[in-house]
Design a protein around this ligand. Structure first.
Ligand code: NDP
Length: 328
Protein backbone atom coordinates (compact mmCIF):
# COMPACT_ATOMS: atom_id res chain seq x y z
CA UNK A 1 0.00 0.00 0.00
CA UNK A 2 1.09 3.60 -0.62
CA UNK A 3 2.34 5.81 2.17
CA UNK A 4 -0.31 8.33 3.17
CA UNK A 5 -0.05 11.92 1.97
CA UNK A 6 -0.26 14.45 4.81
CA UNK A 7 -2.82 17.20 4.22
CA UNK A 8 -3.09 20.15 6.61
CA UNK A 9 -6.30 22.18 6.62
CA UNK A 10 -6.54 25.45 8.55
CA UNK A 11 -9.90 26.85 9.61
CA UNK A 12 -11.02 23.24 9.68
CA UNK A 13 -14.12 23.95 11.78
CA UNK A 14 -15.43 26.63 9.41
CA UNK A 15 -18.05 26.38 6.68
CA UNK A 16 -15.61 25.66 3.87
CA UNK A 17 -13.68 23.23 6.06
CA UNK A 18 -16.86 21.29 6.71
CA UNK A 19 -17.52 20.90 2.99
CA UNK A 20 -13.87 20.21 2.18
CA UNK A 21 -12.70 17.59 4.66
CA UNK A 22 -15.13 14.86 3.62
CA UNK A 23 -14.09 15.13 -0.01
CA UNK A 24 -10.41 15.04 0.87
CA UNK A 25 -10.98 11.95 2.99
CA UNK A 26 -13.00 10.21 0.29
CA UNK A 27 -10.20 10.52 -2.24
CA UNK A 28 -11.26 13.45 -4.39
CA UNK A 29 -8.26 15.65 -3.65
CA UNK A 30 -5.45 13.35 -4.71
CA UNK A 31 -7.03 10.27 -6.23
CA UNK A 32 -9.02 7.21 -5.29
CA UNK A 33 -5.87 5.19 -4.54
CA UNK A 34 -4.05 7.72 -2.34
CA UNK A 35 -4.43 7.39 1.45
CA UNK A 36 -4.44 10.66 3.37
CA UNK A 37 -3.54 11.71 6.87
CA UNK A 38 -5.30 14.89 8.00
CA UNK A 39 -3.82 17.53 10.26
CA UNK A 40 -6.37 20.15 11.23
CA UNK A 41 -5.48 23.61 12.54
CA UNK A 42 -7.95 25.77 14.40
CA UNK A 43 -7.90 28.65 16.84
CA UNK A 44 -8.30 27.39 20.44
CA UNK A 45 -12.00 28.38 20.66
CA UNK A 46 -12.82 26.28 17.60
CA UNK A 47 -10.83 23.14 18.46
CA UNK A 48 -13.86 21.48 20.04
CA UNK A 49 -15.92 22.02 16.88
CA UNK A 50 -13.05 20.57 14.83
CA UNK A 51 -13.12 17.53 17.11
CA UNK A 52 -16.80 17.15 16.28
CA UNK A 53 -16.03 17.19 12.57
CA UNK A 54 -13.28 14.62 13.15
CA UNK A 55 -15.83 12.37 14.88
CA UNK A 56 -18.03 12.59 11.80
CA UNK A 57 -15.05 11.82 9.58
CA UNK A 58 -14.43 8.69 11.69
CA UNK A 59 -18.08 7.75 11.26
CA UNK A 60 -17.81 7.82 7.49
CA UNK A 61 -15.30 4.93 7.72
CA UNK A 62 -13.43 6.23 4.69
CA UNK A 63 -10.99 3.51 3.63
CA UNK A 64 -8.42 6.11 2.49
CA UNK A 65 -8.37 8.12 5.72
CA UNK A 66 -5.44 6.91 7.76
CA UNK A 67 -5.54 9.40 10.65
CA UNK A 68 -6.72 12.79 11.93
CA UNK A 69 -4.84 15.07 14.32
CA UNK A 70 -6.08 18.42 15.58
CA UNK A 71 -3.88 21.36 16.64
CA UNK A 72 -4.12 24.95 17.75
CA UNK A 73 -0.43 25.43 17.05
CA UNK A 74 0.73 26.10 13.48
CA UNK A 75 4.22 24.65 13.96
CA UNK A 76 2.83 21.26 14.84
CA UNK A 77 0.00 21.41 12.31
CA UNK A 78 2.41 21.76 9.37
CA UNK A 79 4.91 19.07 10.44
CA UNK A 80 5.51 16.82 7.45
CA UNK A 81 2.76 18.45 5.39
CA UNK A 82 2.65 17.60 1.70
CA UNK A 83 -0.46 19.64 0.88
CA UNK A 84 -1.45 22.72 2.91
CA UNK A 85 -4.90 24.21 2.45
CA UNK A 86 -5.00 27.58 4.18
CA UNK A 87 -8.69 28.25 4.60
CA UNK A 88 -8.95 29.99 7.98
CA UNK A 89 -8.65 33.77 7.79
CA UNK A 90 -9.85 36.87 9.55
CA UNK A 91 -13.06 37.99 7.81
CA UNK A 92 -13.73 41.65 7.11
CA UNK A 93 -16.14 42.98 9.69
CA UNK A 94 -18.18 46.18 9.64
CA UNK A 95 -16.11 49.33 9.78
CA UNK A 96 -12.85 47.50 9.17
CA UNK A 97 -10.40 49.31 6.89
CA UNK A 98 -8.35 47.38 4.36
CA UNK A 99 -5.20 48.06 6.39
CA UNK A 100 -6.81 46.50 9.49
CA UNK A 101 -7.83 43.47 7.46
CA UNK A 102 -4.36 43.01 6.01
CA UNK A 103 -2.78 43.45 9.42
CA UNK A 104 -5.09 40.91 11.08
CA UNK A 105 -4.37 38.42 8.32
CA UNK A 106 -0.65 39.12 8.47
CA UNK A 107 -0.85 37.91 12.06
CA UNK A 108 -2.19 34.59 10.76
CA UNK A 109 -0.27 34.02 7.51
CA UNK A 110 3.19 35.14 8.67
CA UNK A 111 3.47 32.47 11.40
CA UNK A 112 1.90 29.91 9.08
CA UNK A 113 4.54 30.66 6.41
CA UNK A 114 7.23 30.31 9.05
CA UNK A 115 5.77 27.02 10.26
CA UNK A 116 5.62 25.66 6.69
CA UNK A 117 9.23 26.74 6.20
CA UNK A 118 10.28 25.00 9.39
CA UNK A 119 8.48 21.72 9.19
CA UNK A 120 6.61 20.95 5.97
CA UNK A 121 7.71 18.14 3.64
CA UNK A 122 10.16 19.01 0.86
CA UNK A 123 7.45 18.64 -1.77
CA UNK A 124 4.90 20.85 0.04
CA UNK A 125 2.23 22.50 -2.09
CA UNK A 126 0.26 25.39 -0.58
CA UNK A 127 -3.17 26.67 -1.60
CA UNK A 128 -4.50 29.80 0.11
CA UNK A 129 -8.30 30.12 0.14
CA UNK A 130 -8.76 32.57 3.05
CA UNK A 131 -9.20 36.16 1.87
CA UNK A 132 -7.59 38.40 0.76
CA UNK A 133 -6.19 35.17 -0.70
CA UNK A 134 -3.55 36.49 -3.12
CA UNK A 135 -1.95 38.77 -0.57
CA UNK A 136 -2.26 36.24 2.26
CA UNK A 137 -0.38 33.81 0.00
CA UNK A 138 2.29 36.45 -0.63
CA UNK A 139 2.74 37.02 3.12
CA UNK A 140 3.08 33.28 3.83
CA UNK A 141 5.48 32.82 0.91
CA UNK A 142 7.70 35.69 2.03
CA UNK A 143 8.14 33.99 5.40
CA UNK A 144 9.09 30.64 3.91
CA UNK A 145 12.42 31.44 2.23
CA UNK A 146 13.50 27.80 2.02
CA UNK A 147 10.39 26.72 0.12
CA UNK A 148 10.41 27.44 -3.63
CA UNK A 149 8.14 30.46 -4.22
CA UNK A 150 6.14 28.60 -6.86
CA UNK A 151 4.74 26.26 -4.20
CA UNK A 152 2.57 29.07 -2.82
CA UNK A 153 -0.64 29.58 -4.78
CA UNK A 154 -4.00 31.26 -4.19
CA UNK A 155 -7.41 30.16 -5.37
CA UNK A 156 -9.16 31.64 -8.39
CA UNK A 157 -10.56 28.28 -9.44
CA UNK A 158 -13.98 29.14 -8.02
CA UNK A 159 -14.07 32.24 -10.23
CA UNK A 160 -12.92 30.05 -13.13
CA UNK A 161 -15.67 27.51 -12.47
CA UNK A 162 -18.27 30.27 -12.12
CA UNK A 163 -17.16 31.63 -15.50
CA UNK A 164 -17.50 28.16 -17.06
CA UNK A 165 -21.02 27.86 -15.66
CA UNK A 166 -22.15 31.29 -16.90
CA UNK A 167 -20.71 30.70 -20.38
CA UNK A 168 -22.23 27.25 -20.60
CA UNK A 169 -25.69 28.67 -19.81
CA UNK A 170 -25.37 31.53 -22.27
CA UNK A 171 -24.12 29.33 -25.12
CA UNK A 172 -26.29 26.30 -24.35
CA UNK A 173 -23.12 24.23 -24.27
CA UNK A 174 -21.89 21.68 -21.78
CA UNK A 175 -19.09 22.80 -19.45
CA UNK A 176 -17.21 19.77 -20.74
CA UNK A 177 -17.07 21.42 -24.18
CA UNK A 178 -15.44 24.60 -22.84
CA UNK A 179 -11.67 24.92 -22.72
CA UNK A 180 -9.09 27.61 -22.08
CA UNK A 181 -11.08 29.75 -19.65
CA UNK A 182 -8.92 32.30 -17.84
CA UNK A 183 -9.27 34.41 -14.72
CA UNK A 184 -6.64 37.16 -14.54
CA UNK A 185 -5.51 39.15 -11.52
CA UNK A 186 -6.82 39.32 -7.98
CA UNK A 187 -9.50 37.13 -6.37
CA UNK A 188 -11.66 40.20 -5.78
CA UNK A 189 -14.27 42.27 -7.58
CA UNK A 190 -11.53 43.52 -9.96
CA UNK A 191 -10.75 40.04 -11.32
CA UNK A 192 -11.00 39.66 -15.09
CA UNK A 193 -12.69 36.57 -16.54
CA UNK A 194 -11.44 36.39 -20.16
CA UNK A 195 -13.57 34.88 -22.93
CA UNK A 196 -11.33 35.99 -25.78
CA UNK A 197 -9.09 32.95 -25.46
CA UNK A 198 -11.76 30.51 -24.30
CA UNK A 199 -13.19 27.95 -26.69
CA UNK A 200 -16.53 26.20 -26.99
CA UNK A 201 -16.21 22.91 -28.86
CA UNK A 202 -13.00 24.22 -30.41
CA UNK A 203 -14.42 27.58 -31.58
CA UNK A 204 -13.56 30.95 -30.03
CA UNK A 205 -16.02 31.63 -27.18
CA UNK A 206 -16.29 35.42 -27.58
CA UNK A 207 -16.97 35.03 -31.31
CA UNK A 208 -19.43 32.21 -30.74
CA UNK A 209 -21.41 34.23 -28.20
CA UNK A 210 -20.99 37.38 -30.30
CA UNK A 211 -22.58 39.66 -27.70
CA UNK A 212 -20.18 42.27 -26.32
CA UNK A 213 -22.98 43.85 -24.25
CA UNK A 214 -23.56 40.57 -22.42
CA UNK A 215 -19.85 40.03 -21.98
CA UNK A 216 -19.25 43.48 -20.47
CA UNK A 217 -22.48 44.11 -18.60
CA UNK A 218 -23.54 40.65 -17.50
CA UNK A 219 -20.84 38.02 -17.75
CA UNK A 220 -17.95 39.89 -16.12
CA UNK A 221 -19.97 41.44 -13.25
CA UNK A 222 -21.93 38.22 -12.61
CA UNK A 223 -18.73 36.21 -12.21
CA UNK A 224 -17.00 38.91 -10.15
CA UNK A 225 -19.97 39.49 -7.82
CA UNK A 226 -21.22 35.93 -7.56
CA UNK A 227 -20.08 35.61 -3.96
CA UNK A 228 -22.33 38.48 -2.87
CA UNK A 229 -25.27 37.06 -4.87
CA UNK A 230 -24.91 33.72 -3.06
CA UNK A 231 -24.87 35.42 0.34
CA UNK A 232 -28.02 37.34 -0.66
CA UNK A 233 -29.81 34.14 -1.75
CA UNK A 234 -28.59 31.61 0.82
CA UNK A 235 -28.11 33.91 3.76
CA UNK A 236 -24.61 32.46 4.09
CA UNK A 237 -21.48 32.61 1.97
CA UNK A 238 -20.60 30.03 -0.63
CA UNK A 239 -18.95 27.13 1.12
CA UNK A 240 -19.52 23.93 -0.86
CA UNK A 241 -18.58 25.54 -4.18
CA UNK A 242 -15.48 27.11 -2.61
CA UNK A 243 -14.50 23.71 -1.18
CA UNK A 244 -15.13 22.04 -4.53
CA UNK A 245 -12.91 24.59 -6.28
CA UNK A 246 -10.14 23.98 -3.73
CA UNK A 247 -10.35 20.27 -4.52
CA UNK A 248 -10.19 21.04 -8.25
CA UNK A 249 -7.19 23.36 -7.80
CA UNK A 250 -5.05 20.81 -6.00
CA UNK A 251 -6.26 17.89 -8.11
CA UNK A 252 -5.29 19.70 -11.31
CA UNK A 253 -1.95 20.83 -9.85
CA UNK A 254 -1.07 17.27 -8.86
CA UNK A 255 -2.58 15.39 -11.80
CA UNK A 256 -2.07 17.84 -14.68
CA UNK A 257 -4.23 19.79 -17.12
CA UNK A 258 -5.68 18.02 -20.15
CA UNK A 259 -3.90 18.33 -23.50
CA UNK A 260 -4.92 21.58 -25.17
CA UNK A 261 -6.56 22.98 -22.06
CA UNK A 262 -5.41 25.12 -19.14
CA UNK A 263 -6.74 26.31 -15.80
CA UNK A 264 -6.63 29.46 -13.66
CA UNK A 265 -4.38 29.69 -10.61
CA UNK A 266 -2.95 32.65 -8.74
CA UNK A 267 0.79 32.04 -8.86
CA UNK A 268 3.95 34.09 -8.38
CA UNK A 269 4.54 36.29 -11.41
CA UNK A 270 7.77 36.10 -13.40
CA UNK A 271 6.80 39.32 -15.18
CA UNK A 272 4.63 37.56 -17.78
CA UNK A 273 1.94 39.74 -19.39
CA UNK A 274 3.34 42.82 -17.66
CA UNK A 275 2.40 41.59 -14.17
CA UNK A 276 5.11 42.85 -11.78
CA UNK A 277 7.46 40.11 -10.68
CA UNK A 278 6.70 38.54 -7.33
CA UNK A 279 2.99 39.40 -7.18
CA UNK A 280 0.72 36.39 -6.71
CA UNK A 281 -1.72 36.96 -9.54
CA UNK A 282 -4.09 34.72 -11.47
CA UNK A 283 -2.91 33.52 -14.88
CA UNK A 284 -3.77 30.82 -17.38
CA UNK A 285 -1.55 27.91 -16.36
CA UNK A 286 -0.87 24.38 -17.51
CA UNK A 287 0.22 21.77 -15.00
CA UNK A 288 2.21 18.57 -15.38
CA UNK A 289 4.16 16.37 -12.95
CA UNK A 290 3.08 18.52 -10.01
CA UNK A 291 4.39 21.76 -11.49
CA UNK A 292 2.62 24.69 -13.10
CA UNK A 293 3.66 26.90 -15.99
CA UNK A 294 2.13 30.19 -17.14
CA UNK A 295 0.71 29.89 -20.68
CA UNK A 296 2.82 32.16 -22.85
CA UNK A 297 2.22 34.13 -26.01
CA UNK A 298 -1.49 34.97 -25.73
CA UNK A 299 -2.49 38.11 -27.54
CA UNK A 300 -4.03 40.65 -25.20
CA UNK A 301 -6.25 43.29 -26.81
CA UNK A 302 -6.93 46.76 -25.35
CA UNK A 303 -10.17 45.69 -23.68
CA UNK A 304 -8.46 42.86 -21.81
CA UNK A 305 -5.29 44.89 -21.15
CA UNK A 306 -7.20 47.58 -19.25
CA UNK A 307 -8.97 45.04 -17.06
CA UNK A 308 -5.87 42.99 -16.30
CA UNK A 309 -3.97 46.18 -15.45
CA UNK A 310 -6.70 47.37 -13.07
CA UNK A 311 -6.75 44.11 -11.12
CA UNK A 312 -2.96 43.87 -11.03
CA UNK A 313 -2.78 47.50 -9.80
CA UNK A 314 -4.94 46.46 -6.86
CA UNK A 315 -2.52 43.61 -6.09
CA UNK A 316 0.41 46.04 -6.21
CA UNK A 317 -1.41 48.32 -3.75
CA UNK A 318 -2.04 45.42 -1.40
CA UNK A 319 1.64 44.46 -1.58
CA UNK A 320 2.63 48.07 -0.84
CA UNK A 321 0.22 48.12 2.11
CA UNK A 322 1.62 44.94 3.67
CA UNK A 323 5.16 46.24 3.11
CA UNK A 324 4.29 49.42 4.99
CA UNK A 325 2.85 47.33 7.80
CA UNK A 326 6.13 45.44 7.97
CA UNK A 327 4.38 42.16 7.15
CA UNK A 328 6.75 41.32 4.29
P1 NDP B 1 -15.47 30.04 5.74
O1 NDP B 1 -15.02 28.66 5.95
O2 NDP B 1 -16.78 30.29 5.10
O3 NDP B 1 -14.39 30.87 4.91
C1 NDP B 1 -13.02 30.78 5.21
C2 NDP B 1 -12.25 31.76 4.37
O4 NDP B 1 -12.37 31.45 3.00
C3 NDP B 1 -12.69 33.21 4.51
O5 NDP B 1 -11.53 34.02 4.60
C4 NDP B 1 -13.40 33.47 3.23
O6 NDP B 1 -13.26 34.82 2.83
C5 NDP B 1 -12.61 32.64 2.29
N1 NDP B 1 -13.23 32.40 0.98
C6 NDP B 1 -12.54 32.39 -0.18
N2 NDP B 1 -13.33 32.18 -1.20
C7 NDP B 1 -14.56 32.09 -0.72
C8 NDP B 1 -15.81 31.89 -1.31
N3 NDP B 1 -15.95 31.79 -2.59
N4 NDP B 1 -16.88 31.80 -0.53
C9 NDP B 1 -16.74 31.92 0.80
N5 NDP B 1 -15.59 32.13 1.41
C10 NDP B 1 -14.50 32.22 0.67
O7 NDP B 1 -15.41 30.85 7.11
P2 NDP B 1 -15.88 30.43 8.56
O8 NDP B 1 -15.93 31.71 9.32
O9 NDP B 1 -17.02 29.50 8.54
O10 NDP B 1 -14.66 29.59 9.09
C11 NDP B 1 -13.39 30.07 9.25
C12 NDP B 1 -12.71 29.21 10.27
O11 NDP B 1 -11.35 29.57 10.29
C13 NDP B 1 -13.24 29.38 11.69
O12 NDP B 1 -13.51 28.10 12.20
C14 NDP B 1 -12.08 30.05 12.41
O13 NDP B 1 -11.97 29.61 13.75
C15 NDP B 1 -10.93 29.54 11.61
N6 NDP B 1 -9.68 30.29 11.68
C16 NDP B 1 -8.57 29.54 11.83
C17 NDP B 1 -7.34 30.10 11.87
C18 NDP B 1 -6.19 29.22 12.05
O14 NDP B 1 -6.30 28.03 11.79
N7 NDP B 1 -5.05 29.72 12.45
C19 NDP B 1 -7.16 31.56 11.76
C20 NDP B 1 -8.38 32.26 11.55
C21 NDP B 1 -9.59 31.65 11.50
P3 NDP B 1 -14.46 35.92 2.98
O15 NDP B 1 -14.80 35.91 4.43
O16 NDP B 1 -13.84 37.16 2.50
O17 NDP B 1 -15.56 35.40 2.10
Amino acid sequence: TRTPVTVTVTGAAGQIGYALLFRIASGHLLGADVPVRLRLLEIPQAVKAAEGTAMELDDCAFPLLSGIDIFDDAVRAFEGTNVALLVGARPRTKGMERGDLLEANGGIFKPQGEAINAGAADDVKVLVVGNPANTNALIAQQHAPDVPAERFTAMTRLDHNRALAQLSKKAGASVADIRRMTIWGNHSATQYPDLFHAEIAGRNAAETVNDQGWLENEFIPTVAKRGAAIIEARGASSAASAASAAIDHVHTWVNGTADGDWTSMAVVSDGSYGVPEGLISSFPVTTADGEWEIVQGLEIDDFSRARIDASVAELSEEREAVRKLGLI
